[in-house]
Design a protein around this ligand. Structure first.
Ligand SMILES: Cc1cc2nc3c(=O)[nH]c(=O)nc-3n(C[C@H](O)[C@H](O)[C@H](O)COP(=O)(O)OP(=O)(O)OC[C@H]3O[C@@H](n4cnc5c(N)ncnc54)[C@H](O)[C@@H]3O)c2cc1C
Length: 392
């Protein structure tokens, strides 16, 4: 067992910290207030090669793995960017590049990967539906084949980045939900914009430097080669993307929590209300210390998940580690940001301290990418071997 980062991983972490210092909390505060995308940040991470960390060198990427991507996401988040440090990388690199690297055809790889790796194209994933939220196998979006092309119809909801993306990963049914429920789901790559895809942003609580959208798909015609093989077997390959998404949000939660903890620790050493600095009170130390310790444990588990993923271990094995890390990191991260706000007293409520923004950001992770309840359901069923508690 070796817990040391490689020289290359250390260099990537240094590079991420350097980028984060150029995009400090004020940058994200301003972007959020104006509802603007972090264009300058996107350009910078594209130029640095961060959008192509998992893309093989022959397609213009760095040829590294999920572990390296997590290191970069966490360091960006922890050193100033908060959730913004991981958000755009998840949309484009995890939903787009990683899915195509793992399962795309040679033609799909040549078409998308070089542009994605250079940061010249953004991506999004259209999985969630109004009537099939957590129960993703109830997907109603249909893809029918006729005349040498696919025709797709359906409604999707909460699709982040759809308003700007040049490409969309669409999850659709290609065969009815019969025998085995996971059978009959297929994945497609669509180029955007397309007049058959109507996109309407949904005003939301946080992360307003990116839109999350309702997507209506009416007779979207795609060429035959837009299908990511195998036909009807998309659910199993999508699990790779969803596991990677979970690990990424865990890294984002840990990074955002570290950012809030560091800010609170500094403040607590200066702020005197009574005789001594407030940082000397155990009532404030214990919850931060406990949250920090839990985050460190979750971090190790998340790296175990990425280590398994990079070795192409079985998806259930990766999923077990990824769900355990996610469930723990999110609660500890929320606790950390809560106590950081508390340490700032009334100032914690002021926008200029950034804590209220990180609070809104980190709370998303109880709901997405997978709810805490569904992460625990996974652990109960697939790790502990308990009976499935719900009917699909
Ligand atoms: C800001 C934001 C961005 C998002 N971005 C994307 C995106 O880019 N692409 C995409 O496809 N989706 C995206 N999502 C969707 C997100 O993944 C879903 O919202 C999430 O999976 C939950 O689905 P739901 O909202 O339909 O909740 P529901 O499925 O309706 O669940 C409601 C509640 O019931 C609980 N519940 C349901 N079933 C069970 C059970 N069996 N046991 C215990 N509890 C249960 C859930 O845990 C939850 O608390 C995004 C969501 C948000 C809020």
């Amino acid at each position: 067992m070796n817990f040391e980062l490689t020289e290359q991983q250390k260099m990537l972490a240094d590079a991420a910290r350097e980028v984060a210092r150029r995009f400090p909390p004020e940058y994200w505060r301003r972007k959020e207030e104006r509802g603007e995308v972090g264009e300058e940040f996107l350009r910078e991470i594209g130029e640095r090669g961060f959008m192509g960390i998992v893309v093989p060198e022959e397609y213009g990427g760095l040829g590294l793995g999920m572990t390296e991507l997590l290191i970069v996401m966490e360091e960006l988040a922890a050193n100033g960017c908060g959730m913004g440090g991981a958000w755009y990388l998840i949309l484009t690199e995890v939903f787009g590049a990683l899915t195509i690297v793992r399962h795309g055809t040679e033609g799909q790889k040549r078409k998308y990967l070089p542009r994605l790796a250079r940061g010249e194209m953004e991506f999004c994933m259209a999985l969630t539906e109004p009537e099939a939220g957590t129960n993703t196998l109830a997907t109603k979006t249909r893809a029918l084949k006729g005349g040498g092309e696919w025709v797709i119809n359906g409604s999707k909801i909460f699709i982040s980045g759809a308003d700007r993306a040049g490409g969309m990963l669409i999850v659709a049914r290609t065969a009815p939900r019969e025998r085995e429920k996971a059978h009959g789901i297929s994945l497609f790559l669509a180029d955007l914009p397309n007049e058959a895809v109507r996109i309407s942003p949904i005003p939301k609580h946080g992360i307003n430097y990116s839109e999350t959208c309702e997507v209506q798909i009416d007779n979207l015609r795609l060429p035959e080669d837009a299908l990511i093989p195998p036909l009807h077997g998309g659910w199993y390959i999508l699990l790779d993307t969803l596991n990677a998404e979970r690990m990424s949000f865990t890294a984002a939660a840990i990074g955002t929590a570290r950012l809030a903890i560091n800010k609170a620790v500094e403040y607590s050493k200066q702020r005197r209300v009574f005789e001594d600095p407030i940082g000397s009170y155990q009532g404030l130390q214990f919850p931060l210390a406990e949250a920090f310790a839990t985050l460190e444990c979750a971090r190790l588990m998340n790296f175990k998940a990425s280590w398994l993923f990079d070795r192409e271990a079985h998806r259930l094995e990766v999923g077990a580690a990824a769900n355990m890390a996610k469930a723990v990191a999110v609660e500890a991260g929320i606790k950390a940001v809560y106590w950081a706000m508390q340490i700032f007293g009334g100032y914690g409520y002021a926008k200029e301290m950034d804590l209220e923004r990180w609070w809104r950001e980190i709370n998303l992770l109880r709901l997405a990418p997978v709810t805490q309840q569904m992460a625990l359901n996974f652990i109960a069923e697939h790790v502990l071997g308990m009976p499935k508690s719900y009917r699909t």
